[in-house]
Structures are given as structure tokens and as C-alpha cells.
Design a binder for this molecule. Sequence first.
Ligand code: CA
Length: 232
Amino acid sequence: MSKPRILVIEDERALIEVLEYNLKKEGYEVLTASDGQDGLRRAQAQLPDLVVLDLMLPVMEGLEVCRQLRGSARTKDIPVLMLTARSEEVDEIVGFQMGADDYVTKPFKIKPLMQRIKALLRRQQGAEPAAADVVHSHGIDIDRRQHRVVIEGAEVKLTPTEFKLLWALIRQPGRAFNRQELMDAGMGDDTLVLERTVDVHIKSLRQKLGGRGDLIETVRGVGYRLKEDKPE
Ligand code: CA
């Protein structure tokens, strides 16, 4: 088994050193880049197993790096953990357009950050399905093997986390999932869950499902569920 390779794109030298030291201690191979453009190039060339991406970067901003990673077939499934100093931008970062898989707000503690990295990697490794898995439900076609969601003939682009959340919900219509269950389904076990993180992913997922977004119902005091199938 080769060591998982992690690319850290961060312009604060001190922070790179801290991250590099701790990641190596955990047994990862570490690549670093100190601006967005260099980071993107490295990601494309070396295809790391995960990218830790600072939001505010010289030359090319973190959001643009993330957008470009998601836009290319070779890099679109690499998990991205975003570092941000601005918690109010979390919606944008995790959500709709940018497609980061998780985020950590600066200043952060190193241990929870490492746990999140571990969870994202494990989720990625566990992503290989045993067999082709296709579900047609509520007018949504979802193919886990191809990682494709199609609504009325049009493909809907979801982040890996959104995809897993939808997959979990759609396989058990009518069942209420609490946020912890959804985080386990979407992010892997042992993730430190902020309820808000689940809510942000769900919000983004609803938006992407467009007219079918209201299939995902809020269950007050619990979490979420997919509307039960109506017999036709
Ligand atoms: Ca920065």
C-alpha cells in the first residue's frame, strides 16, 4: 500500500510547515504549493489523493482552484478540504458552485483537521462499489458506479458529498435520517460533525435538484428524509 498523497496549497509559510510536519507524522506523503496556480498545476500533474486548499491565495484564489479541479475529469473526484478564515462564506465554499467536500475555519486545531482528512480519504477509498448500482426514483436516475445523476435527460453535477447524501436518502424513501447519519453516509465515520455542515450540503443539493429539490424534506428536530414514493 502506497502512502496517501496530500497536496497542501497554502501561502502562509508557518502554516505549511505545521501541516507538513503533522501530515508526515500521520504517514502521508506531502506535496506543497504556495500559490493557487502552482497548486492547480501540481494537482493536475500529480493527482494527489486529497487537496488541502486555502481560500485566500496569491495568483489564483482557492475557489478558482477548486472550480478548475472539479471541471476536469482527471481531478474532479479528488476530495478538497478548504481552509477559510471567513466562516460566513461557508455556504459558498461547500456548496453549489465550488464543490469543496469539507472546510475548516482558521484558526484551526490540528487534531480535528487530521480527523477530517482521514475521514475524507477513507470515504474516497470506500467509494468503489461492489456492483453496478442504479436507482430510478422520483424522476431521478442515479447511477452509483458512474457517479451520475440524471433528471429528465439532463445530468446534474453533484459534489462527491452531495452525491452520497442523495444516494443514502433515495435508497430509503420516507426514512428520516438524523444529521449524524447523513454525515456518516456523506463524509465517512468519525468526522467531527457540525450540524450546519449537513445543512449546507443539503441546501446545495436541493438547489441542484431544481424543481425536485423539495423531495428532500426537513424533519423538524431530526434531520431530513426523501419524500415517500407515491404509488402510481
Ligand atoms: Ca492565505
